[in-house]
Design a protein. Sequence first.
Length: 182
Amino acid sequence: MKSKQQVFFLTQSDLIKMMSVVEEKVPLEYILMGSFEHKTIRREISISNFEDLGYTYYSNWMSLDNRYMVIPLDENVKSRTVIQRNGSYRYIIDLSTNPKGVELSTGGIYKKAEHVLIAGRVAVFTDSSIEAMQIYKEILRAMNKCFTRKNNIFVSQEVLSLLEDGWRLTCNYNAPCENDFK
């Protein structure tokens, strides 16, 4: 499957600002994506309801925390059930079984180092539903309205201030610093 994506460096307040603009135009909700021990689905109608928003414990932008599926409000969410070697089950929530969803991986301040901001991204499969493409486009419009595009990456004024203060803006903390956003 082909996908479209847009990379960004944004803080918690930036993410809330951006998604508030989208929430005003499109009735939507956020589903926590990932692999879970229980079938319970975490759903929120505002991105601000996720307490770890804007922070990450993963050193690269393909992190497994703070990944949200943005979907139309009250959309049925499907999970895949995967049996483990020990006989237990994991419930996977991702875009492969939810074609109306858009992935919002927020990245954020890296909790295992000082002064590091990990990139985030918004992504959608190009053969997704009309609803998914509409949400993706609204998120991009909100990014254009709220932030600056530099080297094809969206950044906020707050993030540019962090950069001036010596913060690393990176997709991968373990990569050489010369690969960082400058």
